[in-house]
Design a protein around this ligand. Structure first.
Ligand SMILES: Cc1cc2nc3c(=O)[nH]c(=O)nc-3n(C[C@H](O)[C@H](O)[C@H](O)COP(=O)(O)OP(=O)(O)OC[C@H]3O[C@@H](n4cnc5c(N)ncnc54)[C@H](O)[C@@H]3O)c2cc1C
Length: 145
């Protein structure tokens, strides 16, 4: 018998895209921006959860979809952040969008990192064991989460 592993995240249907609005854009380094997104539907905003290490599919109608990690704090529920390097069709088109414009999001996907009991920078982490991680390629954005 196979047992399904229940992830800490309790996603809404990850296969359906939901509209979000860009609420802020932060320039991190040349070509890299962080987009803070808010789900437009209140029920989706309330029900969407993720864990550090997971990613969403960001969809721009008529252009395409790209896998992008969530770079915000999983405990911060009103908005989600994605830190994106503009390298191709979707990410270049994203870089042309402004605050207030729409991005469709579905997810979260991927296995969260095992962070239980590992010390972080947050108050709730005090007293936990120190942890270290190494990231490369598209891994650094979820480190922020
Ligand atoms: C799980 C996961 C998480 C990720 N998280 C992040 C993240 O947090 N932030 C982030 O910035 N990225 C992340 N990525 C990477 C991101 O998904 C890719 O960079 C994605 O391809 C971008 O989509 P795009 O349409 O903008 O680029 P594409 O148009 O798909 O282009 C991607 C690359 O392929 C090259 N290319 C495109 N077409 C051709 C061609 N015909 N011939 C040769 N080369 C070509 C482009 O020049 C570019 O270098 C993640 C990827 C995965 C799998």
């Amino acid at each position: 018998m196979t047992t399904a592993t229940r992830l800490p995240s309790a996603p809404t249907d990850p296969w359906r895209s939901h509209p979000t609005q860009i609420v802020s854009i932060v320039d991190e380094t040349p070509g890299v921006r962080t987009y803070e997104l808010a789900f437009e539907e209140v029920a989706i905003r309330a029900g969407y959860t993720f864990a550090a290490g997971q990613f969403n599919m960001l969809y721009l109608p008529g252009i395409g979809e790209a896998a992008i990690s969530v770079s915000s704090d999983p405990d911060h529920r009103s908005t989600i952040a994605h830190t994106v390097r503009a390298v191709g069709n979707v990410t270049d088109a994203l870089a042309r969008l402004a605050v207030g414009e729409q991005v469709l999001v579905r997810g979260p996907f991927g296995t969260p990192w095992p962070t239980d009991g590992v010390e972080g920078t947050r108050r709730r982490d005090r007293g936990r064991r120190p942890g270290s991680r190494l990231a490369a390629g598209c891994d650094p954005p979820p480190f922020a989460a």
